[in-house]
Design a protein around this ligand. Structure first.
Ligand code: ADP
Ligand code: ZN
Ligand code: ZN
Length: 803
């Protein structure tokens, strides 16, 4: 008997189960079902989405308990066997639910969406308004009842078993199809039709044309245009069997503009050396990780492009990761201009449909290169020849939700699977990466010169304390104001960089010093000028700006700080003639906004590009000769052991935007702490002295890369509960881990209250601890089984990007 059992990972992480469940495969599907297909299965009272991760002949589940799969959603598996293996690895190495690991690999169109529906059980005695909703159907959407205000009545009907409420899996992932005409391959059919339409001149014309196009698939519009007949004539001919209408799948096109083709550049000596090493690894199929350390403008991207060309020549595929969406327009353009239609993109700026289409282009082998943000590391290629992480030090490569993976680690896993090399590229590598390169775990490739031998920009540090002493209270030092003035005169372009995410304007009372805080979080509210509202960036809480201080009733209350909008205003006062483009979260909300702003700037329609982190990297415009950093210190004082590293990286990156082509560049960094080593060393833009200095400090305070850290965070609405369970976590860790491991905490988190929940954390520092993962898994099991019912929320992060 062909009795087949499927092992299914179900989409029920809220139930806190994490193992496959056995289901019977219905007889008619036994021959079609495959590993990696999505199915619908009954789970408790619900119908949920699941993934087939195993197929077998036997099960321990008693036959009367064994349920059957209710539907297969895919004829072709959406997950390859490689991905199923990768999910297991992710589950064990980031300690997440397997379902989370499976779902993260798929475009959102293929993840489960649920919908509540109301099913009619008996139609007698149905109230009129409910009858109206059902009409002739047997089921209706829950929302229709909600909209009609019938929820109380619905409750009653459920109690009387007249209707039932069910959760159903909503099929997602719409393939876009258009109607095409397929002309028959059979000449006889056309001749028969000609025979039948002796007097219909137009039809004969069309049929004769079709004789020349047997077997072709063309759009109806195209056929009508070519032959000059109307659509009704075409329909008549189709009636006679000479052709047929078919539905053909089309891909939505995420690219808004055409690009012109470019050729490979003649490489510099250093670039050639790097490419040589990469080519060897590609040809010899070595799972080797290269750290391409190249100063800004050294031509790393050209090396990537030529290495990918080698991969394509070998008939293989390449993944190119960029740290954030704002960098993809420029990078994709460079890639498309070299590889044309072979390139797909994947980032959060695409619509759900576009993402789905790009994903299928990759899966069906229609493209060979993908350029994308973090999740593109899961691109469903099956013959990968090279993986590249550009700006590898960026923290956006780490996902902060479950599964808490780092794209670098996934890249290494896939490179071992496919026996292909990885390139980690950066002007300022993560300390961990450089340390590994020094140890020989990674192979170091260095580009020490800019590609066209331009000098690195000269960096000037403006001491803002001194400015204040001289009586300058503006946010521009004299030297920066002067430098801007000169560029405006010379019609050269500038980048002004505000070193913070979004804005940081807060409202402060001048009399009592009160800063208006979020009622749900221990964080000050941020002033938004466009809406004139105060907003919490963590929970979304919003209120109007108070006219008087809530603490002392003084009316001397006003906003402080420098958001990008404030800088823009100040610029306008000082340089009314300057054309300023602002690029921040506010101006880049709509689709394609990044691209538009950069195009405008690139075309020379603005003098100053003013922005936050978004403009620090990747920009390559020949006319930029000045970079101004308004306040270098802000990222320096974050409570994070990586603060100095982040600051150095940011300053070096942003400085690298200046003087990349013929004209020399200048950088002015404004700071209140010019003596800090991260700022002093950013002045020379030399990576290694910074590396040495920072490594010394890391060793002294036992931080990565000398030690590994893991972070456990825990929260509860009640402060006593949060503190008590945080204590239990610390005790559990101390009792179960070896005494070589340092456990710090419990301490309150750096934001002690968020969305009305009190937050605690424990930090684990270790060098080697084989027990760590099993111990943490047992802790999580305890949490899932018991603590969660007490209202505790807990997360475990084995590689936190901030502490
Ligand atoms: P990076 O990625 O290291 O910052 P890019 O690849 O963007 O550097 O290169 C900087 C500039 O130098 C670009 O405008 C690029 O076109 C140019 N370039 C790179 N390599 C060469 C080369 N071998 N010959 C001429 N120009 C080059
Ligand atoms: Zn809040
Ligand atoms: Zn006050």
């Amino acid at each position: 008997m062909s009795f087949l059992i499927a092992e299914v990972i179900v989409d029920v992480s809220t139930y806190h189960v994490d193992r496959p469940f056995d289901y019977q495969v219905p007889l008619e599907w036994v021959n079609v079902i495959e590993l990696g297909c999505r199915v619908k299965v009954p789970f408790g009272p619900r119908n949920v989405l699941g993934f087939i991760v195993g197929l077998k002949k036997e099960t321990d589940v008693p036959l009367n308990k064994l349920k059957a799969i209710t539907q297969i959603l895919d004829m072709e598996p959406v997950l390859t066997e490689e991905m199923l293996l990768m999910a297991k690895w992710l589950k064990n190495n980031t300690i997440c639910y397997e379902i989370d690991a499976l779902q993260v690999m798929l475009p959102s169109a293929l993840r489960a969406k649920y919908e509540k529906i109301i099913k009619l059980q008996q139609s007698q005695s149905l109230p009129e308004e409910v009858q109206y909703i059902f009409g002739k159907r047997q089921q209706a959407n829950f929302k229709e009842f909600e909209r009609a205000g019938l929820l109380p009545l619905l409750k009653q009907l459920v109690a009387e078993s007249i209707v039932s409420i069910e959760n159903v899996v909503k099929q997602q992932g719409n393939v876009k199809e258009i109607r095409m005409v397929q002309i028959t391959e059979d000449q006889q059919l056309v001749e028969q039709a000609l025979e039948q339409s002796k007097r219909a001149v137009k039809q004969r014309l069309l049929l004769q044309w079709m004789c020349q196009h047997l077997g072709e698939i063309l759009s109806p519009q195209h056929i009508c245009e070519e032959t000059g007949v109307s659509i009704s004539v075409l329909e008549a001919v189709i009636e006679k069997g000479a052709a047929q209408f078919i539905q053909e799948e089309v891909f939505r096109d995420p690219f808004t503009k055409k690009v012109s083709r470019t050729q490979a550049l003649q490489l510099t000596e250093e670039q050639r050396g790097a490419l040589q090493a990469l080519t060897t690894a590609i040809e010899q199929q070595q799972a080797q990780t290269f750290l391409l350390h190249g100063v800004t403008g050294s031509g790393k991207t050209e090396v990537y492009l030529q290495a990918i060309q080698k991969v394509l020549d070998e008939g293989k595929e390449a993944i190119m990761l960029v740290p954030e969406i704002s960098l993809t327009p420029q990078m994709t353009e460079r890639f498309r201009s070299r590889f044309g239609e072979m390139v797909a993109v994947m980032h959060s700026g695409l619509s759900v449909g576009e993402k789905y289409d790009e994903w299928r282009k990759i899966q069906q082998g229609k493209v060979k290169v993908v350029v994308g943000a973090r999740s593109a590391i899961f691109a469903p290629f099956t013959n990968i020849g090279l993986i590249i992480l550009d700006e590898e030090h960026e923290s956006t490569y780490k996902q902060e939700d479950s599964p808490r993976y780092h794209a670098r680690d996934v890249a290494i896993w896939r490179s071992e699977f496919y026996k292909c090399p990885i390139i980690l590229g950066s002007a300022t590598p993560a300390l961990e990466s450089f340390a590994r390169a020094k140890k020989g775990v990674y192979t170091l490739l260095s580009l020490t010169q800019r590609a066209l031998h331009q000098a690195l920009p000269t960096v000037f540090i403006a001491d803002m304390r001194e400015e204040l002493r001289q009586g300058n209270r503006s946010m521009f030092s004299d030297s920066l104001a002067e430098a801007i003035r000169i560029r405006l005169e010379k019609k050269e372009q500038m980048v002004l960089f505000l070193n913070r995410r979004g804005y940081s304007s807060f409202v402060l009372c001048r009399d009592c010093g009160t800063v208006v805080q979020c009622p749900n979080c221990d964080i000050s509210l941020t002033y938004h000028r466009t809406t004139e509202k105060l907003k919490c960036h963590y929970c979304g809480y919003e209120e109007s700006v108070p006219k008087i201080c809530p603490q002392c009733q003084s009316d001397h209350i006003r906003y402080f700080g420098t958001g990008t909008q404030k800088v823009e205003e100040e610029l306008f006062k000082l340089f009314p003639e300057a054309r300023v483009l602002r690029m921040d979260v506010d101006t880049t909300k709509h689709k394609g906004a990044h691209e538009e702003i950069l195009d405008t700037f690139g075309a020379g329609h603005a003098d100053i590009l003013l922005g936050t982190q978004m403009i620090a990297k990747g920009l390559d415009f020949p006319n930029i000769t000045l970079v101004g950093v308004l306040s270098a210190d802000t990222s320096l004082h974050l409570p994070d052991y990586r603060a100095a590293e982040r600051t150095f990286q940011l300053l070096t990156q942003v400085s690298g935007r200046a003087g990349r082509h013929d004209k020399p560049g200048e950088v002015i960094i404004q700071t209140y702490t010019p003596e800090h080593y991260a700022i002093e060393l950013a002045k020379t833009q030399e990576y290694e002295p910074f590396y040495e200095r920072e490594m010394f400090l890391r060793r002294r305070s036992s931080y990565p890369p000398y030690y590994f850290v893991a972070l456990i965070q825990l929260s509860h609405e009640d402060v006593m509960m949060a503190a008590e369970y945080a204590g239990r976590v610390a005790d559990w860790l101390r009792g179960n881990l070896s005494n070589q491991v340092a456990i710090i905490g419990p301490t309150t988190a750096s934001i002690a209250r968020l969305q009305n929940r009190y937050r605690y954390q424990c930090l684990i520092k270790y060098k080697i601890e084989p027990n760590l993962i099993p111990v943490l898994q047992r802790l999580l099991a305890m949490y899932r089984a018991e603590w969660i019912k007490q209202g505790i929320l807990m997360t475990v992060d084995l590689d936190p990007s901030t502490i």
